[in-house]
Design a protein around this ligand. Structure first.
Ligand code: ATP
Length: 339
């Protein structure tokens, strides 16, 4: 049995997570993955009902599972995901952005991954607020920079072998330190190209020439901001997925938030569905089981097919389809293909 803890989250979360679970159940049966799903309630609704956003019982279920599938949470994001990142030391945030055939975007061949340090920088949350001042501490350490750099360079070896280190070393020496430590790690990877770039230039290059990027290695805050920009480039933030990993744990969530401004019946579930695919890929490496990789690919191909067909798209992609129509089409496609 492979145990998956599940946070349904808030807003559109429960809807798109349920769609994802239906699809995971489908591939679990087809590929004999033996997935077991364990509810780990967390978020705004849970805070209202139980007085805390991440109850201890949920935390224990997450710690004891093989992986966690998380939907977006609303206002309590800080108490849930920021806490979990620290508690489980989920130091690597991996966010792939790839253009899909059939989806309108400014560029055709974007295929980049943001590898974001997930535990320090300004988001470490060491702050002091007085009556007429506010201060936040920017923390960059050698150990944490080295380990995230290693993740980025290892990933580059499986891709186009290029890492761009993002920083703002012309203004803050702390970011120069991030760059220097990352460059040192890069010297161990003879066949990977390394360059570094100021974050403002990276924001510009993402708009005018995003196809030049393979891996962007970033400190915490810059990775957060550039991710939304990259999501805009591929057509919709509703298509984006991400992994938060440590050496032991993996937590998978879409890049977007709970989208309280839209009707959940029309939410795009594909980013969340792709988190399921990403989770299976990670489990495949972790457990050394090939069938997980095959199932992961199956889901991804189904998503690509639906986007290419273009007749079952949610409103964020210019269509009229409901979330359930998309789910139905994915399952139909997977079943038909495997008969
Ligand atoms: P957060 O601060 O948690 O990231 P947010 O509301 O600031 O949340 P997002 O939730 O990422 O930002 O949403 C940005 C915009 O994209 C919103 O207008 C939202 O409705 C839309 N959006 C986000 N996710 C989806 C989705 N899955 N399907 C359709 N629209 C979405």
């Amino acid at each position: 049995m492979v145990r998956i803890s599940v946070i349904h989250g808030d807003g559109i979360g429960p809807k798109i997570v349920n769609v994802t679970l239906r699809i995971l159940e489908e591939v679990s049966d087809l590929y004999n993955l033996n997935l077991e799903f364990i509810d780990a309630p967390a978020g705004d609704n849970v805070l209202r009902e139980f007085g805390e956003a991440l109850p201890k019982s949920s935390l224990e279920k997450i710690v004891n599972s093989d992986a966690c599938l998380k939907g977006p949470v609303g206002e309590t994001a800080r108490d849930v995901i920021v806490y979990l990142r620290q508690y489980l030391d989920l130091y690597a945030n991996i966010r792939p952005f790839k253009t899909f055939r059939g989806i309108k975007s400014f560029w055709r061949n974007i295929d980049l991954v943001i590898v974001r340090e997930n535990t320090e920088d300004l988001y470490r949350g060491v702050e002091d607020l007085g009556p007429d001042y506010a201060v936040a501490l920017l923390v960059i350490t050698r150990k944490r920079t080295e380990r995230i750099a290693k993740i980025a360079f290892d990933l580059a070896l499986r891709r186009r072998k290029k890492v761009t280190i993002i920083h703002k070393g012309n203004v803050l020496r702390s970011y120069l330190y991030f760059r220097d430590v990352a460059v040192e790690v890069g010297r161990r990877y003879d066949n990977v190209d390394v360059e570094d770039m100021y974050v403002d230039n990276a924001a510009y290059q993402l708009i005018i020439n995003p196809e030049r990027f393979d891996i962007l290695l970033t400190p915490n805050m810059f990775g957060d901001i550039l991710s939304d920009e990259a999501a805009g480039l591929i057509g919709s933030i509703g298509l984006t997925c991400s992994a938060n990993i440590s050496d032991e744990h993996g937590l998978f969530e879409p890049v977007h938030g709970s989208a309280p401004d839209i009707d959940p019946e029309y939410a795009n579930p594909l980013g969340q569905v792709l988190t399921g695919s990403m989770m299976l890929e990670w489990l495949s490496y972790k457990k050394g089981r090939r069938e997980f990789m095959d199932a992961s690919r199956e889901i991804r191909e189904a998503v690509e097919k639906i986007l290419e067909d273009g007749d079952t798209l949610t409103p964020d992609l210019g269509g009229k389809a409901k979330t359930d129509n998309v789910a139905h089409k994915i399952i139909e496609y997977i079943r038909r293909k495997l008969i």
